[in-house]
Design a protein around this ligand. Structure first.
Ligand SMILES: Nc1nc2c(ncn2[C@@H]2O[C@H](COP(=O)(O)OP(=O)(O)O)[C@@H](O)[C@H]2O)c(=O)[nH]1
Ligand SMILES: [Mg+2]
Length: 301
């Protein structure tokens, strides 16, 4: 059924790493389109999550966190975040109230000021701090003069998210929908599947390791019985990392594979045969091949 008076808008979700951007986008969309972990820099590329409210289609652009980039992959991620913002009609700036207003957030605000950009301020993780603290943050940040509205939410618990969504829906411009009504994301199933495995990797493995890994779906084979066979490669930088991922007697990768498979079966709504391989690629972070799938700019400044 097509909408009577269609409205559609693009909304960029910006913020420091770990602010809860992906958690919020997933909640707005109502299903997982972007992976989440307690680690910083989980989201590597720009991901669109699409929500529909009556006649309104809201396209959220989840972005990698904005921080001071050091390595090539950092630069590509931060650049993807800013270009996400420039493609959007509206911007939400998410602040983790538990972490407070840190350098990364201040730097984002400074750049927005310089570019005369405006945003809605979203104070997230309100389940973690007392009310007085929230009001202080709201006051302090309002003085920056770039925020039109302030919302206080818990993306994790869902508190305040409905109000935010309803408000956004009421302000979207008139115009045709950009995506079919049942589409929830601009990601292919292949890419989402690789992301799900990377999420499990982040959740299972501690220390520095996850940042040095990337996952790609190599083959995708739809079978006659309705199931799908997926082969994925986990790229690491060193042999020592490979053995961590494999674990003793292959225990670690087995656990990884079964967790990822369970979630994939839920998301894809079909049986999944998942095969994981680990390959050592020293400096995969400097290999243009690894950027293409993610839609990242290898030469980002
Ligand atoms: N307590 C609490 N944790 C949250 C909330 N929103 C996100 N988180 C957690 O913060 C971490 C980072 O979330 P994520 O969505 O990956 O942040 P991103 O890097 O900004 O995309 C995860 O462990 C989330 O579960 C919230 O409202 N309350
Ligand atoms: Mg994220």
């Amino acid at each position: 059924m097509s909408p009577q008076n269609p409205k559609c808008g693009f909304i960029a979700v910006l913020g420091a790493p770990n602010a809860g951007k992906s958690t919020l986008v997933n909640r707005m969309v109502g299903t997982k389109v972007s992976i989440v972990s307690p680690k910083v820099q989980t989201t590597r590329s720009r991901i669109m999550g699409i929500a529909v409210m009556d006649d309104v289609q809201l396209v959220f652009i989840d972005t990698p966190g904005i921080f001071e980039p050091r390595r090539r992959l950092d630069r590509a991620m931060v650049s993807a975040a800013w270009s996400g913002a420039s493609d959007a009609d509206f911007t939400l700036l998410l602040v983790d109230v538990e972490a407070g207003i840190r350098r990364d957030t201040k730097a984002i605000i400074e750049r927005m000021k310089k570019e005369h950009k405006r945003a809605h301020l979203i104070l997230n993780k309100i389940d973690k701090v007392p009310k007085e603290k929230l009001l202080e943050f709201a006051k302090e940040l309002s003085e920056e003069g770039i925020f039109d509205e302030v919302f206080m939410i818990s993306a994790l618990k869902g508190k305040g998210v409905k109000d935010l969504l309803a408000h956004l829906a009421s302000t979207m411009p008139e115009g045709p929908w950009h995506f079919p009504e049942d589409q929830v994301s601009d990601m292919t199933e292949r890419l989402l599947s690789a992301e799900i495995t990377r999420e499990k990797l982040y959740l299972q493995l501690r220390q520095e390791l996850p940042y040095a890994t990337t996952v790609e779906t190599e083959t995708w084979e739809d079978r006659d019985d309705g199931s799908v066979k997926i082969e994925q490669v986990i790229f690491v930088e060193r042999d020592s990392q490979k053995s961590i991922i494999l674990g003793k007697g292959g225990q670690q990768i087995k656990k990884l594979g079964s967790q990822s498979r369970l979630e994939l079966e839920e998301i894809l709504d079909r049986r999944v045969h998942l095969f994981l391989f680990v390959k050592v690629r020293e400096n995969w972070g400097d290999d243009p091949e690894r950027y293409r799938d993610l839609g990242l700019d290898f030469n980002a400044k």
